[in-house]
Design a binder for this molecule. Structure first.
Ligand code: MLT
Ligand code: ZN
Length: 460
């Protein structure tokens, strides 16, 4: 540890776990984007709130930039450390601190994986409902920093909805105890909600009190083969009318082909342009009859041409695998990821315009569409042709993003639905936020982090 700044850090905080091992720098300096070469100054693993405060105070004094680091499963470069930053890993702050059966809250440290939060809730007969495929690797602190969404937003909303209290260390090292688990607290600006989704640019989440809810009744999963987007919208409207939905997701045949090549089982004999995976309450015979009625109506109307309804948990899981396996199956193709949202009703027109633009301008790119269509959230993944070098590919994709931004603007959409802005979408923040909004965001950051040490270069 030859850097004199690190000797000083260790002198100030004896016992702090620090590493400059090249493997650690590589591993903790990157997220799932893999676009930037990791180059942090060092990694530190504070084990307590006091240590986090001491590290931030030291960084504030020394003018060293900090990258807060959770599971680094992000897809927008929000947790990348490529410019000599100090990575503050929350891996050691990974305990569930308490459960309150009256408040129905779980208090956790930021490094607890989402899946552990879900399991802890389940042990108390309750549900923490935010859910997505990276549940085993992502951490709750990162979920809060990005206001993570996922596959059950249609029923339960985003992470924001489930955060009743937050302890946060600001860019000056001050500890804030925000909202303290209160349901009602009409006392001015709710700073908790500023931190949620701030991508580590205001401070470090060091503790969270999460609200839990009652578990849903037993559910069923249906996989539907759909011939066209207009039909898919009709299926969605009918599903919302006749079922109590937990999830409503879609993917294209291209997406399915990648998941099948990755080992999943072919669900239908024939191929179809679009597929829907939907989960809904099926508590009793009446609910099951409603599901059957829904399916029959969709078939009669020609909105659906084939379908499977799960009859066991194992079958439900294997249907979900077709949707949840997409990201992993695309990863070897180094996809350029777009994560956009439009109003649900605008989805077919938006998709048709984008598909026309893409096939005219970029016929050599394979484009895979999937996502949370019940939230108007589409993931548009452009796969890298094997022969194209990475930099050229990203350059061309960023040109596609410019077209995408124009199309989104015409449909009133957003360039980032749930993955965040990070580094990847930063050039296009101005397409969704006005100059006045961005100026206010900068002023807020300056108030929380006057020296600009918290995850600099991300978001703003
Ligand atoms: C998903 O919905 O599967 C995730 O947002 C991940 C992705 O977009 O690849
Ligand atoms: Zn998603």
């Amino acid at each position: 540890m030859t850097d004199p700044r690190l000797s000083d850090l260790l002198h100030q905080i004896p016992g702090l776990k620090v590493s400059t091992d090249p493997g650690d720098l590589e591993h903790h300096g990157r997220d799932w984007t893999r676009r930037w070469r990791p180059a942090p100054l060092a990694i530190v693993w504070p084990a307590s709130v006091d240590e986090v405060q001491a590290v931030v105070r030291w960084a504030h004094g020394a003018g060293v930039a900090i990258v807060p680091s959770g599971g680094r499963t992000g897809l927008s470069g929000g947790a990348v450390a490529a410019h000599g930053e100090l990575v503050v890993s929350l891996d050691r702050m990974n305990r569930v601190l308490g459960f309150d059966p009256i408040d129905r809250t779980l208090t956790v440290q930021p490094g607890v994986p989402l899946e552990t939060v879900q399991n802890a809730a389940r042990e108390h007969g309750l549900l923490y409902p935010v859910d997505f495929a990276a549940r085993g690797s992502c951490q709750i602190g990162g979920n809060i920093a990005t206001n993570a969404g996922g596959i059950r937003v249609i029923r339960y909303g985003n992470t924001r909805q489930w955060v009743a209290g937050l302890k946060v260390v600001t860019g000056t090292g001050e500890l804030l105890d925000l909202n303290r688990g209160l349901i009602k607290n009409a006392s001015g600006y709710d700073l908790r909600h500023l931190v949620i989704g701030s991508e580590g640019t205001l401070g470090i989440v060091v503790e969270a009190t999460l609200t839990l809810t009652s578990p849903p009744p037993p559910s069923q999963v249906m996989l539907l083969a759909v011939p066209a987007m207009d039909a898919l919208m009709k299926v969605f409207a009918e599903a919302r009318h006749s079922l109590r939905l937990e999830a409503f997701e879609f993917f294209t045949d291209r997406a399915l082909r990648h998941v099948l090549a990755h080992g999943a089982q072919q669900p239908f004999e024939e191929t179809h342009p679009f597929y829907v995976v939907t989960e809904f309450d099926a508590a009793d015979d009446q609910a099951e009859a409603a599901a059957l009625g829904f399916f029959e109506l969709c078939m009669e109307e020609g909105w659906v041409v084939d379908g499977v309804i799960s009859s066991s948990d194992a079958q439900a899981a294997s249907l979900w695998r077709l949707r949840e396996g997409i990201t992993e199956s695309l990863a070897p193709h180094k996809p350029y990821k777009n994560d956009v949202s439009v109003r649900i009703s605008a989805v077919p027109a938006f998709m048709a315009e984008m598909e026309a633009l893409l096939s005219e301008g970029y016929p050599h790119f394979e484009v895979v569409w999937f996502g949370h269509i019940g939230d108007g959230n589409l993931h548009i993944n452009v796969l890298k042709p094997a022969e194209l070098d990475n930099a050229r590919f990203v350059e061309q994709c960023e040109h596609v993003t410019t077209l995408l931004v124009d199309t989104l603007a015409r449909h009133g959409g957003s360039i980032s639905a749930e993955h965040g802005i990070g580094l990847v979408k930063k050039p296009w923040l101005g397409s969704v936020r006005s100059d006045a909004e961005i100026a206010l965001m900068r002023a807020i950051k300056a108030a929380w982090d006057p020296k600009g040490i918290m995850n600099p270069g991300k978001l703003l």
